[in-house]
Design a protein around this ligand. Sequence first.
Ligand code: FAD
Ligand code: AMP
Length: 477
Amino acid sequence: MSDNAFDVVVIGGGPGGYVAAIRAAQNGLKTACVDNWQNRDGKQAFGGTCLNAGCIPSKAMLEASELYERTGHEFGDFGIKVDKFALDLATMQKRRGGIVKQHTGGIAQLFQGNKVTGIAGTGRLGKGGKVSVEGLDGKKQTLTAKNVILAAGSAPVELKPLPFDHKKIVDSWDALEFEKVPKRLGVIGAGVIGLEMGSIWRRLGSEVTILEALDEFLPMVDAQVSKEAQKQFRQQGLDIRLGAKVTEAKTGKSGIKLSYETKDDKDSLEVDKVLVAVGRRPVSERLLDKDSGVGVDERGFVEVDDECRTGVEGVWAIGDLVRGPMLAHKASEEGVMVADLIAGRTAEVNYETVPSVIYTAPEIAWVGKSEQQLKKEGVPFKSGRFPFAANGRANALGMPAGMVKMLVHKDTDEILGVHIAGAFASELIAEVVLAMEYRASAEDIQLTMHAHPTLSEATHEAALAVDNRAIHIVNRK
Ligand code: FAD
Ligand code: AMP
């Protein structure tokens, strides 16, 4: 095989692409991963959106801002007197940058250790497994591959009336890197990113207003759980305005005036900075030559089947570039599946058990169906709920807000969905994802011993509550 000939070429080095490349190499395939992510210093780094500008830096800032807020507002309740403390945003940001660097550097090492050829450049798929690469150093080369995995990811959607200037009208990457706390921050979109970013800057002192076009708050989450979360966010001081569609922005000396439409009126809001968080779009433009043969739908998603095969033999596509939730773990699982299928192994992704998490306080995590979905689909179900206020560990942590809600099939007792708002919901969801993967019943969770005192006891109790047998709440008669 010549130097430029590979078994597998992956275009894109995010959690879809880099994971696919590592697994392909583990499977003994000669693999290259081409990635064009450039950080602010112009240097390429593997890890894509997730490591450089998404999951990891946002969690670093969420953790830091939560500690800051707890120091000011909650430590007193714990009997810890803090006379003086101050925000040192520069250090907080430096910490964020350090964590990102550690992880992106880790991928470069993993590539080396697994003999994946990492190439800093932009890849473009041609005909017959040819990938033309323009290096970030300007060098051009053509790679040939028996299999190509497209993993180019996604980018923020721009609102027509508010084009990004990356100073006052910003995207989520910009909003992670503010050097000063904005006095008034507008956030457009009460989705995952809007809520996480809004929480970070509110905790650090911004007056945050979130404008959301839909009347409903987090429609994909079980309504009882999202209602509880919304109540908590409002109490914390997030000004969430639902049914508010932003239509115009005017930048003046005193800030940006955002005009928005409500059901029967028009209103406006003045802010110093505005984060546009109205979703992300697949990066499929400039990825495919005209004769690549790969289909792209009207929204730019590369068309694939359940096994991530495009219509073209030997060409696969994964992650944010294709249908399904835009989540790092979904991208990675698809990467593993494709790399294993290429190697002739059996592999699949169970799209019924993809967990989702919002890392606010309380955290929100869910998997499977909500009550409103089950009703709509006419599935007979029963449900059980358990509030964290009745959980010893949650109270010891000083985090009693929220609940676990479990939905199970009325006849078979199979778990159909679990929705959680509460402390460490992101960790708690793993137990029920595993349970659902094994098609467990509420009874299986009921009969499983959970350590005391732990937050996971709330999941145990929610399963018991399905049959009105919870111990630490009075059950329905
Ligand atoms: P990406 O991570 O976008 O990676 C694609 C890579 O391909 C990029 O490096 C890009 O530069 C490169 N590329 C594009 N075109 C080419 C080309 N032609 N040639 C070479 N390289 C190319 N998800 C979670 O699961 N949990 C979270 O907590 C979470 N938090 C998030 C927070 C924020 C602020 C954001 C923005 C996103 C968050 N996400 C989270 C979503 C997550 O980041 C994405 O779902 C995930 O990164 C998708 O992975 P991917 O590999 O498909 O694409
Ligand atoms: P997500 O898709 O989770 O990133 O969330 C994006 C949110 O932005 C969705 O809930 C949309 O309803 C919302 N949105 C989209 N366009 C607008 C707009 N012009 N004004 C306010 N909200 C919007």
